[in-house]
Write a protein that binds this ligand. Structure first.
Ligand SMILES: *Cc1c(COP(=O)(O)O)cnc(C)c1O
Length: 368
């Protein structure tokens, strides 16, 4: 095999045209003399809210802050229980714990790897005060079912859309289903900045206003602190200007990711590698995750073929060392099986067809 096939290659995304547009945008910000919460952030917030089909977007420092602030904005009682799936590398769980709340882990559906509504029913029966739903790997979860059950009991739902920018079902985009929704613009996400960035989007004006205050010290107006637990987490003008140049390309990038997923699904035929079923616009293929009971050996084989892979994610939240064994008795079989078998193949818009074919070929040549 020739050159190694990278897992991500962000330099390829920034071709001559996009690089020139970004350089121009950056220059204008540099010369404007205004670098934090200015016109670029306001314009990006309007454009991103419109893209998601909601009224409000609030730029913040990163996706983890978006989750933490969204939970704070719900103003839950201390020790509140928040339902969360345990297979998204602790992002939401860390935000729950940081707010002094308790994670109520809910197993995932083995096929979709997203929160299992039936398992959520059990958690609701035990009592939950809020729900965080992660649209993992770029796939919308069973969000309509979950929101319907939550709404009937007055339980707020936060969507974690950090892997699902632009995923659409029934004419609604990721972020338009829940009470609040959180996005990350980390460079490898489907919409990525050139550094950290994030956003919270909201349909409701009151919640949006709370998030807006919480991202900046809890200010109602300058130096007038109206809300407790405020902090400083702002999207800066440079990243907002860059994101505005990229947003118009997001749908085309997502289409290309889906096309790569289709090529993998049609090309990989190996008894010991399970490929995910093809889905529609509700899956923007942030990650292409296959499963194998001999995952580590498959990974070694692919590495020997020059194919870079990754594991999303190797440790379920309830097995993380940081909990000191608190959840040792808890069994979440689907999430645990996934952690032991999932392997992510290269999947990014600039991956070439010949590279996809080489990955397919390397998979099919594996002798476990
Ligand atoms: C990346 C990611 C986050 C965290 O975003 P950061 O900007 O890296 O803090 C949260 N949730 C999910 C599902 C993610 O993939």
């Amino acid at each position: 095999m020739n050159a190694a096939i990278p897992f991500n290659a962000l330099d390829r995304q920034h071709d001559d045209v996009l690089s020139a547009e970004i350089a121009d945008a950056v220059n204008r910000v540099v010369r404007s003399g205004w670098y934090v919460l200015g016109e670029e952030v306001a314009a990006f917030e309007r454009e991103f809210a419109a893209y998601c089909g909601v009224d409000h977007a609030i730029g913040v420092g990163n996706g983890s802050d978006a989750l933490e602030i969204a939970i704070t904005a719900l103003d839950l009682p201390p020790g509140a229980r928040i339902a969360v799936a345990p297979n998204a590398s602790m992002y939401a769980t860390l935000a729950i714990v940081a707010n002094g709340c308790e994670p109520a882990f809910v197993d995932v559906d083995p096929e979709s790897a997203t929160m299992d509504p039936a398992a959520l029913d059990d958690a609701i029966a035990d009592g939950v005060d809020a729900i965080v739903v992660t649209h993992l790997y770029g796939r919308l979860a069973a969000i309509e079912t979950i929101v319907a059950r939550a709404d009937s009991r007055g339980i707020p739902v936060i969507e974690d859309c950090a892997q699902a920018h632009g995923a659409t079902r029934g004419g609604k985009r990721a972020g338009a289903f829940g009470s609040l929704a959180c996005f990350s613009f980390y460079p490898t996400k489907n919409l990525g900045a050139l550094g950290d960035g994030g956003a919270v989007v909201a349909r409701d004006a009151t919640l949006a206003e709370r998030v807006r205050r919480l991202r900046q010290y809890g200010w109602a107006t300058k130096y007038d602190i109206a809300l407790a637990h405020g902090r400083n987490s702002r999207l800066d003008e440079l990243q907002a200007a860059i994101l505005r140049r990229k947003l118009p390309r997001l749908d085309a990038w997502n289409r290309r990711r889906r096309e790569i997923a289709r090529r993998y699904r049609e090309g990989i035929s190996h008894a010991a590698i399970a490929t995910p079923a093809l889905r529609g616009d509700d899956d923007i293929a942030h990650l292409y995750v296959v499963r194998s009971s001999a995952r580590d050996r498959l990974r070694e084989h692919l590495a020997a073929c020059g194919v870079r892979t990754d594991v999303h994610y190797p440790i379920p939240d309830h097995r993380q060392r940081v909990f000191g064994g608190r959840f040792d008795a808890l069994k979440l079989p689907a999430a645990e099986a996934l952690a032991a078998s999932a392997l992510s193949l290269p999947c990014f818009p600039e991956l070439r067809d010949d590279e996809v074919d080489a990955v397919v070929d390397a998979c099919n040549r594996w002798r476990p």
